[in-house]
Design a protein around this ligand. Structure first.
Ligand code: HEM
Ligand code: HEM
Length: 191
């Protein structure tokens, strides 16, 4: 039934690419997440107050951008529904992938929202690169800020763990299953 390793596999999904906006938003988000987390950790090791504040403002703005990109991604996804499969996956594997994607989306929105609330609870203004100032959504309350900071940090670790599993699954598809799942998500090369 299945072809052996000697005979070429006829895969109707070979060459299939995800829509360009989806690919762009995926990798832009991945880059911004690396930046937002990197900046948070660098700031942790910085003593100087002004530099800490600047790094936090950049952290906030990039974090909010990630949430905006997540919203754009949802629109793009809905516009391209249903997405054709790019690999031969069992229904269980497909369900696991879909659930992981859903959890990633939830975290990409929840993390910035908690960060926004946490900044308000600290009494700090939140703006998007100094261009737009966001409304205050939570009154100043240091105890609440501490709790929210803990949720924010835990959610960030959850995101890091989930991204790790997600990336490992993508690499497994590419190097072990040798299917088109990762290739479909890569930017198309100019010929
Ligand atoms: C996907 C987006 C985001 C990720 C992955 C993320 C991740 C993190 C991480 C890893 C930390 C370090 C935790 C620690 O050192 O204890 C942190 C701290 C913080 N983040 Fe975010 N963040 C995001 C978005 C935001 C946004 C949008 C805001 C505000 C508008 C924000 C506000 C803060 C604040 C105020 C802290 C310091 C918490 C404290 O210790 O008081 N974050 N974030
Ligand atoms: C911060 C990092 C990442 C996030 C938040 C993330 C999130 C997502 C989400 C939500 C999807 C579902 C498709 C969509 O709506 O765009 C997806 C698809 C995908 N991601 Fe990631 N991703 C990240 C990093 C990576 C990395 C590092 C790799 C590769 C090593 C990767 C490979 C893929 C592939 C191949 C798909 C397509 C899966 C399919 O067609 O079912 N992602 N990613």
């Amino acid at each position: 039934m299945h072809s052996t390793s000697e005979s070429p596999v006829i895969d109707s999904s070979a060459g299939l690419r995800r829509p360009r906006p989806m690919v762009f938003l995926h990798w832009a988000t991945a880059l911004l997440i690396a930046l937002v987390i990197g900046i948070a950790f660098v700031r942790d090791g910085v003593e100087e107050k002004a530099l800490r504040a600047t790094l936090m403002n950049i952290h906030r703005s990039i974090g909010l951008t990630i949430a905006l990109l997540a919203m754009a991604r949802i629109v793009v996804r809905l516009a391209h529904r249903p997405l054709p499969p790019t690999g031969d996956m069992s229904p269980l594997a497909r369900l696991a992938a879909e659930l992981a994607h859903l959890a990633l989306y939830v975290l990409l929105m929840a993390l910035p929202l908690i960060g926004w609330a946490l900044s308000c609870a600290h009494g700090k203004p939140v703006s998007l690169f100094g261009l737009v100032t966001l409304p205050v959504i939570v009154e100043e309350d240091e105890d609440l800020a501490d709790d929210l900071a803990e949720y924010h940090e835990n959610a960030a670790w959850l995101l890091i763990g989930l991204v790790g599993v997600h990336a490992a699954a993508a690499l497994y598809h590419h190097f072990v299953r040798r299917d088109n799942v990762l290739r479909a998500m890569l930017p198309a090369r100019q010929s």
